[in-house]
Design a protein around this ligand. Structure first.
Ligand code: NAD
Length: 271
């Protein structure tokens, strides 16, 4: 077992990639604090983890709320008494209705004319609240949780922090300036903190997945999903298990010389 007797906290662990990472870590012997903004999904995944024979606690909280994050870490330590691995994974991808319609029109045009002169028109019309909420969950949440985790990990002299970025942070996605900015920010944050804390025995790395088959993709127009698959050399969406395997690698000593790196399981859509 690669993570035997370790303890992890995974944000957004109630669905998709976070749930799969929680189960993959549990199979490697790791106890899990399962965070999610939806209490019932955090509890459901904590139960799935316990069924695999390791300890788990549900940690419902909004990672964009710094005080709530402090309380969450206190509860995690009270319930599980240790923290070796943090996975900053919680996230949303909100696409407004008019942007979805614009994307569909763009794809139709590409399919009929081979190119498009249209735009997703996402930035000009984006409300402050939309922009702030995306940055708050992804970027502020990653900072708040990392800040709390470092206090514990520095004391222990060992730790692994894994930040969930995206290919959106590497190449940009035309319809999602907020999401792309947040993910690029997470990559910069990862590299900075990795340099800061490696001397204390803590490794910080990021995963930048391509398009993975989880509920996060549900709001995307079907045509866009088809287009994504067509543009992916592997010819399919990724599976949560393929990302979870990357997380197990980055959490374990197998990746002991990986510091501030961005691993991108993406089927070749971004090389
Ligand atoms: N699925 C993909 O194609 C893909 C690609 C690249 C990156 N990602 C990233 O992976 C991460 C997980 O996404 P997923 O695909 O599993 O999506 P998902 O929707 O299945 O899961 C995200 C989870 O995060 C939780 N969450 C949302 N806001 C939260 C908050 N403020 N506090 C705590 N929990 C919150 C949700 O309730 C949900 O359970 C996200 O950061 C996402 O941006 C996903």
């Amino acid at each position: 077992m690669k993570l035997k007797s370790k303890v992890a906290l995974i944000t957004g662990g109630g669905s998709g990639l976070g749930r799969e990472i929680a189960l993959a870590f549990a199979r490697e012997g790791c106890a899990i604090g399962v965070n999610d903004i939806r209490p019932e999904t955090a509890e459901a995944v904590a139960q799935e983890v316990r069924a695999l024979g390791v300890d788990a606690t549900a940690l419902p909280c909004d990672v964009a709320d710094s005080r709530a994050v402090m309380k969450m870490f206190a509860k995690h330590m009270g319930d599980l008494q240790a923290l070796d691995v943090l996975v900053n994974n919680a996230g949303i991808a909100f696409v407004e209705e008019h942007v979805k319609r614009n994307i569909e029109a763009m794809i139709q045009e590409i399919m009929t004319a081979g190119r498009t002169t249209r735009s997703a028109e996402a930035t000009k019309t984006m409300e402050d609240g939309h922009w702030r909420r995306t940055l708050a969950i992804h970027l502020d949440g990653t900072f708040y949780c990392t800040r709390e985790a470092l206090k514990i990990m520095e004391f222990n002299g060992w730790g692994a922090i894994i930040n969930m970025a995206s290919i959106a942070g590497l190449t940009g996605i035309a319809a999602a300036p907020d999401y792309s900015a947040a993910k690029a920010g997470i990559i910069g944050f990862t590299k900075s903190v990795a340099r800061e804390v490696i001397g204390r025995g803590i490794r910080v790395n990021a995963i930048a997945p391509g398009y993975i088959d989880t509920p996060l993709l549900d709001p995307l127009p079907d045509l866009m999903k088809q287009m994504v698959v067509a543009q992916t050399p592997a010819g399919r969406l990724g599976t949560p298990a393929e990302v979870a395997a990357t997380a197990v690698f980055l959490a374990s000593d197998d990746s002991s010389y990986f510091v501030g790196q961005v691993l991108s399981p993406n089927g070749g859509i971004c090389i």
